[in-house]
Design a protein. Structure first.
Length: 274
């Protein structure tokens, strides 16, 4: 044995009897990996994950985990895309419904602060589409969502409720906070430089803000309350935020609108308490 300088010869090049994967095992792992790819492409993520786990076990820690990580990442991305509105990139109705159900069962939303939900509708949006066309209207909605998102707290989110109507969900925010946040959003939209899109364009929104700090018998009731208040804002001159005073149950308009307008009670339901 050559032991020059007291250093034994390197033996790293000698393969270990356990280092090589038998051909049958490698082929089986490859089949599971191929199946996982096919299932992932079809959106059957759970089955794809199981096949990748089998492949990893067969290969005893060879570099297949990288493929598993990729599948998990693609699954997460596909899930996120399925919950987003393709036009505005806000959350969609599916996410709104799922998240609200979860939040209404969350003990944190049944405390003193509770949860607030606001419905936002673009005033006279049909006129925008009729005057400028639907592609132009799409650009208006994209800018609108940017302004709605700009002032939302970390725990809150915006979702497209349908058409030109959006929902703002504010977990852990009492009515005073929610009205302040919504009035600020209304003001930003009112002051937005819409003339950049067209010199004659002006866009405003009406908002109805509902709040609860106790158990809710149904999701529809909370959203229905916000919708009734939105109706009140619309029929009291638009470009306003309407809410229900928790002390006496009266419906009020926030900010400057409250000093110059009154709520039109005709056809507006007054039994909006949860």
């Amino acid at each position: 044995m050559d032991t020059r300088d007291g250093v034994p010869p390197r033996e790293a090049s000698r393969p270990s009897e356990h280092s090589a994967t038998p051909p049958a095992t490698a082929n089986a792992a490859a089949r599971h990996t191929a199946l996982a790819e096919e299932l992932a492409g079809a959106g059957r993520w759970e089955q794809a994950y199981q096949h990748m786990r089998t492949a990893v076990r067969l290969l005893h820690g060879q570099p297949v985990p990288d493929e598993l990580d990729r599948l998990r990442r693609e699954h997460a991305e596909a899930r996120e895309q399925s919950l987003r509105d393709s036009l505005t990139a806000s959350y969609n109705r599916r996410y709104l419904d799922e998240r609200l159900v979860a939040l209404l069962d969350d003990p944190l939303c049944r405390g003193t602060a509770g949860i607030s939900v606001a419905l936002v509708d673009v005033d006279h949006f049909k006129q925008v589409n009729d005057t400028y066309g639907h592609p132009f209207g799409d650009r208006v909605l994209q800018r609108l969502v940017t302004e709605l998102d700009a002032g939302l707290p970390d725990s809150a989110f915006c979702a497209r409720y349908g058409g030109e109507e959006f929902a703002l969900v504010l977990p852990g925010h009492d009515l005073v906070d929610a009205v302040r946040i919504c009035e600020a959003a209304r003001h930003r939209i009112n002051r937005h430089p819409w003339h950049e899109l067209d010199p004659g364009l002006r866009v405003t929104v009406s908002i109805g803000v509902a709040h609860t700090s106790g158990p809710v018998t149904g999701l529809e009731r909370l959203v229905g309350m916000a919708d009734a208040l939105l109706y009140g804002a619309k029929h009291s001159g638009r470009n306003a935020v309407a809410y229900q005073d928790e002390r006496n149950g009266s419906v009020r308009l926030a900010g400057p609108a409250g000093g110059r307008r009154s709520i039109r009670w005709r056809r507006l339901r007054t039994d909006t308490r949860l």
